[in-house]
Design a binder for this molecule. Structure first.
Ligand code: ATP
Ligand code: GCO
Length: 175
């Protein structure tokens, strides 16, 4: 039986590029039996082109993307079934923007050392994000704070291990 998302919870799988957000997020959504959103799909084309050319996004670039994500969170929270999104959500300010919707937003932060993220990105093919942007990803990253709703998961294990840790955390009755 699929685990349930209490009160149309919206789970955001967050972290730097290469931390495994899409890999874990897709499987987590499957396990929970809820829709999955690939946050990268909501980037304006200009943002993807900018990243692909080796330039990091700034706050202004991220504004329309965050607005689209916020709208998705609102819709998904009121859908009655909730959902899972893969979205870097690097800064606390971005996460606070999501929470200001009043939705039941819950974060799964995939914590990973830079070296491992770099190795994964080097092996990955057919993705627009170059590994050279990892410096700026880590410089921008504001890890999940103790006061924020969610869990920090060690993302260095196998996809199965990371997924299992995420499912365990998400499925606790008080969550
Ligand atoms: N736990 C893991 N162990 C080993 N490799 C992994 C693991 N999780 C993901 N990968 C691989 O690492 C690469 C990056 O994973 P993924 O695309 O899921 O990360 P991401 O955080 O969504 O990245 P981006 O933000 O750049 O889209 C992929 O090639 C994926 O197959
Ligand atoms: O805020 C950002 O800088 C972006 O969202 C990036 O994190 C990328 O979209 C992603 O990591 C590449 O897939």
């Amino acid at each position: 039986m699929a685990a349930t998302v209490g009160g149309s919870r919206v789970v955001i799988v967050m972290g730097v590029s290469g931390s495994g957000k899409s890999t874990v997020g897709t499987r987590l959504a499957e396990r929970l039996g809820v829709p999955f959103l690939e946050g990268d799909d909501l980037h304006p084309v200009a943002n993807r082109v900018k990243m692909a050319s080796g330039q990091p996004l700034d706050d202004a670039d991220r504004r329309p993307w965050l607005a689209a994500l916020t709208e998705w969170i609102r819709r998904t929270a009121s859908s009655g079934h909730g959902g899972v999104a893969a979205c870097s959500a690097l800064r606390r300010a971005y996460r606070d923007e999501f929470r200001r919707t009043g939705a039941n937003v819950w974060f799964v932060y995939l914590a990973l050392d830079r070296e491992v993220a770099e190795e994964r990105m080097a092996r990955r093919t057919g993705h627009f994000m170059p590994a050279e942007l990892l410096d700026s990803q880590y410089a921008t990253l504001d890890p999940l704070h103790a006061g924020e709703p969610g869990v920090t998961v060690d993302a260095s294990g196998s996809p199965e291990r990371v997924l299992a840790a995420a499912v365990r955390a998400v499925s606790r009755p008080d969550r």
